[in-house]
Design a protein around this ligand. Structure first.
Ligand SMILES: [Zn+2]
Length: 363
């Protein structure tokens, strides 16, 4: 048994979801009852196109517990869409993202990892990535531009796993920090993808994102581009702007609170599962964390040039309630605390997650 907790990070699109749904005009695909994928088989549409790559044993069943009809509502990264409306909608979002060089690179990485992209009518989130089964879920009701907005973010998460998956051998406060790093990085990378799409005649996702709770990050990116010296190297300017977007992620206390909430829910589930928390054996280092910012061979952080990513600056901003929760979880991971039967409050149940693994968290 290894110590890695099956991957996760969760896109808290609740901030924006209500607004998106109000704008959404995408019809839900017809429900189907004959959609169970078979492990080890290929699922094909009527034209015989491969929609879902051969799924390793166990993966198809786990996906089937989340997505009711994968043959109709999912598309493997890199595959051609069939006739199903959901597949056409996914293909449209993918096609928009391909206009960005960085987005096209992310899609190639997802294809190489056989990531499955699905529309999920049941999720309360705008989108999520479940790294342990390499499943990107996008809320079915999102408008077309919004699908591209959130798909770009989830694609950025794909590269983060398993290297930066939650690992029980880290102290819990380090796991909270790593979750923040995953989210801030994915958001910064996604914003650069949207910028590149806009520059290549696909402005709708960028404009759509300006109507979400992430508009401050979009503006931080644009401001950094506007402040760049004229005639400078465009790629270097975009990397600086990506850094500005990354830094901005940490600047809004409500965003920190919401993402921390979800991570602490997750840690409380770990503390109660069969294996439970263990005494820390490793510590997060700046050297380890810095590579999370490396995409397509480039990093938006220059090594050693700034404050370390383990700095208090990135750890601070815990709400009082979350600081207390974290302290209780840390006590529970201490052998003395665990032996004393330290009671943790019950986290809000997440039936979809618990049906799979109590330690799983969505990114
Ligand atoms: Zn995320």
């Amino acid at each position: 048994m290894h110590l890695s907790v099956a991957a996760t990070c969760r896109h808290i699109a609740k901030i924006a979801l209500a607004g998106w749904l109000a704008l959404a005009a995408v019809a839900l695909p017809a429900a189907s009852t004959d959609a169970e994928s078979t492990p080890g088989s290929l699922a094909s549409n009527e034209q015989g196109q491969t929609l879902v790559p051969a799924l390793e044993r166990g993966r198809a069943g786990r996906i089937g517990r989340i997505i009711a009809d994968p043959n109709q509502t999912c598309l493997a990264a890199g595959a051609s869409a069939g006739a199903a409306p959901a597949q056409i909608a996914i293909d449209r979002a993918v096609g928009a993202i391909e206009a960005s060089p960085l987005g096209a690179w992310l899609l190639r990485q997802a294809r190489a990892r056989r990531v499955l992209i699905c529309l999920d009518p049941a999720t309360e989130l705008a989108a999520y990535y479940r790294a342990e089964i390499r499943l990107i879920g996008i809320q079915t009701g999102l408008a077309t531009a919004a699908k591209a907005v959130f798909l770009a973010h989830e694609l950025a998460h794909v590269l983060q796993h398993p290297g930066y998956s939650n690992n029980r051998s880290f102290p819990v406060h380090d796991l909270v920090l790593m979750h923040r790093m995953r989210e801030a990085t994915a958001e910064a990378i996604a914003t650069r993808v949207l910028w590149q799409m806009r520059a290549r005649g696909r402005p709708e996702p960028w404009e759509a994102k300006l109507r979400t709770g992430y508009r401050d990050i979009v503006r931080a990116f644009a401001s950094a581009m506007g402040n760049a010296p004229a005639g400078g190297d465009a790629a270097a300017q975009e990397l600086r702007a990506t850094r500005a977007a990354f830094e901005r992620w940490f600047a809004w206390s409500e965003r920190l609170r919401q993402y921390d909430d979800h991570m602490l829910d997750h840690l409380e589930r770990i503390a109660r599962d069969r294996q439970g928390l263990i005494p820390p054996q490793r510590t997060l280092t700046d050297v380890f964390l810095r590579d999370i910012t490396r995409y397509a061979g480039e990093t938006f952080l220059d090594a050693g040039a700034e404050r370390p990513l383990t700095d208090l600056h990135y750890r601070s901003g815990l709400s009082a309630e979350n600081a207390a929760r974290l302290a209780r979880i840390e006590d529970a991971s201490d052998p003395a605390g665990a032996e004393a039967g330290l009671a943790l409050p019950k986290a809000g149940p997440d039936p979809a997650e618990q049906a799979l693994d109590p330690a799983v968290l969505r990114d």
